[in-house]
Design a binder for this molecule. Structure first.
Ligand code: AMP
Length: 359
């Protein structure tokens, strides 16, 4: 496919901060954007050309989006797979809906990763209280119990450490009686992620891995370069590129890894979209992850992912957004706010990247 001409229209399903930053990157490349989100005046709609106010699975809304756009993408992984598939039958939709299917269910995701030769934590599907007791026993009494679907930012999770069977009583029901997965507890030394892109001709490029710190299950900061061995970086990068090829992917992906004490990596999670741990690229690379995604889905050549500065990106969560005045006084700091009016606890309000110039 030849590249979409400037003035073409990109549809974005989902109107949060990721959609907002995609729309801004699209505008810089001369494209128009239409955002589909159930909430009017959402962060992405504030900077897009138009919004379709509709639910993510609203067939009529999606059809309108498809008809009005030259390509459709999404900014979050819980777009209903069937809705994405039916749209993809008649319109260009990137990344492929198969990537949504894999990323939406932690069991499918781990089976996909293992089949691609990428190690994960040991895991067992849990569909009843009895299965939980049995699975925890197999894992030696420690593990992380997660909902298979719709979990994010540590929501829908419970940690067991050296637990006996009595500690599982009522837990399955307490988590809503939905399909769960028990993962073995990974004694990781650190967590890293790779944000990479693949375009329609199969060319892939990866940004440098970020080292991530979570607080309360939410990403707090991403530091680049990650303080890990070169072999660790190579292993994470190679695994990410293998995932992109296995999914015949188009667009940007984020893959989170645990790094063990011996430097080996275990994949934790795939996000088939731009990723919070890639926000640093807007400040420390000539081409950000957002522009890279827009380039990939419109058929433009991918940009060079090398960084010109070391950096630390930090999220502004809830009332931390009150620090903005102080932050703006700092040199070499790039601030990004998402246009959300209410600073609720745990809500991502913005982020900033501190650049540490090299050489
Ligand atoms: P997730 O929602 O799967 O990304 O998990 C959120 C965070 O919980 C991860 O970034 C880790 O810090 C921690 N975590 C998740 N799964 C495990 C595991 N199997 N072992 C140890 N820590 C975990």
């Amino acid at each position: 496919m030849s590249a979409l001409a400037p003035g073409s229209t990109i549809g974005i399903i989902g109107g949060g901060q990721l959609g907002r930053m995609l729309a801004m990157a699209a505008a810089r490349l001369g494209y128009r954007t239409i955002v589909l989100d159930p909430e009017g005046d959402c962060p992405a709609a504030q900077v897009a050309n138009e919004q379709i106010v509709a639910a993510y699975d609203d067939a009529h809304g999606l059809a309108r989006l498809g008809t009005a756009c030259d390509v459709v993408t999404y900014e979050f992984e819980n777009v209903p797979v069937n809705a994405a598939r039916s749209l993809a039958a008649s319109h260009a939709v990137y990344p492929p809906p198969r990537a949504l299917e894999v990323a939406q269910d932690r069991l499918t995701e781990k089976e996909f990763l293992n089949k691609a030769g990428i190690p994960t934590a040991p895991f067992r599907a849990v569909d009843s209280g009895a299965e939980l007791t049995e699975a925890l026993d197999i894992m030696g009494g420690s593990g992380v119990l997660k909902t298979r679907r719709l979990g994010y930012d540590g929501k829908g999770q419970k940690i067991f450490r050296d637990a006996g069977g009595d500690q599982t009583h009522g837990v399955y029901e307490g988590m809503g009686g939905v399909p769960l997965i028990l993962e073995g507890f990974v004694p990781f030394a650190t967590e890293i992620s790779v944000v990479a892109a693949r375009c329609q001709d199969g060319t892939s490029r990866a940004f440098d891995p970020a080292e991530n710190l979570h607080r309360g299950g939410i990403l707090k900061s991403s530091t680049v370069p990650a303080k890990v061995a070169p072999q660790t970086i190579e292993a994470a990068r190679a695994a990410t590129l293998r995932i992109l090829d296995a999914l015949d992917y188009v667009g940007v992906i984020g893959v989170e890894f645990f790094v063990l004490g011996d430097g080996s990596v275990i994949a934790n999670e795939i996000a088939p979209r731009v990723h919070n741990s890639g926000h640093w690229t807007e400040a420390a690379c000539a081409v950000s992850q957002f522009e890279q995604h827009i380039r990939a889905i419109t058929g433009l050549p991918l940009g060079d992912p090398k960084r010109h500065s070391d950096c630390v990106m930090e999220n502004l969560i809830g009332d931390e957004v009150g620090m903005v005045g102080e932050l703006l006084a700092e040199p070499d700091l790039v601030l990004h706010l998402y246009g959300k009016s209410e600073a609720r606890p745990g809500r991502k309000m913005g982020h900033f990247t501190r650049l540490m110039r090299r050489g």
